[in-house]
Ligand binder design. Structure first.
Ligand code: UDP
Length: 195
């Protein structure tokens, strides 16, 4: 089945190729999709955090991340086609974005981290980085300036790395004002690419 129901969520059970096709279609059709990933740690947070749970339910695509989710899928009768997490998806997403001409904006991490990660990601996958900003602005009061920076950059894809659940809640709260088509929560991904 293409849907894996788990704890009130409808997780998308796709291969990586299918997931990338979905992203590409969203970009071509000028639709907007919020993309989230859930691992066992996220599920743990979700059961005691109603706001996070409700936010995850608004995701257009929510992908199961990690061996724990694969085991749950097998036990509950929906064997997972592939483990889809942000780290594994990034190379495929960026190669598609490079080939199709979709610029990427990196938001999150400590000052300087997203910029450095952007340089490395651009060098490695050939994708255009539209811009970057750190994740330590005042999320309650200063988001509008950041949204303006993202929108004026011309980015088609926005990667938000505040960790869960901050990134999902920020995306859901601001998505209507954001012009990128693909909005994705990617956790500590930029730290990984900033070295
Ligand atoms: N972070 C941020 N703004 C915040 C809090 C955290 O940009 O207000 C960043 C932090 O610098 C780190 C990432 O969010 O890069 C969280 O990474 P973590 O590995 O904890 O997230 P997970 O992958 O576990 O969701």
């Amino acid at each position: 089945s293409a849907i894996f129901p788990l704890l009130g969520l409808n997780l998308n059970n796709l291969t990586m190729d299918e997931a990338i096709s979905v992203m590409q279609r969203t970009l071509e059709e000028k639709k907007q999709s919020a993309i989230y990933f859930v691992n066992p740690d996220c599920l743990n947070k979700m059961v005691s955090d109603r706001k996070y749970f409700n936010t995850l339910k608004t995701g257009d695509y929510v992908f199961p991340d990690g061996i724990g989710l694969s085991i749950a899928g097998k036990m509950l009768g929906t064997p997972l086609r592939e483990n889809i997490n942000g780290t594994d998806m990034l190379p495929y997403l960026c190669r598609m974005a490079a080939a199709e001409g979709y610029p990427v904006f990196l938001l999150g991490g400590k000052p300087g981290i997203a910029e450095k990660a952007g340089q490395n990601i651009s060098k490695t996958y050939g994708v255009t980085i539209a811009g970057s900003a750190d994740g330590y602005f005042d999320h309650q009061h200063d988001s509008d300036a950041v949204i303006e920076q993202i929108n004026s950059s011309g980015a088609a894809i926005l990667l938000v790395a505040f960790g869960a659940p901050l990134q999902e809640i920020w995306i859901a709260r601001h998505r209507q004002k954001l012009s990128p088509r693909v909005l994705m929560g990617v956790g500590g991904l930029f730290d990984f690419y900033s070295g």
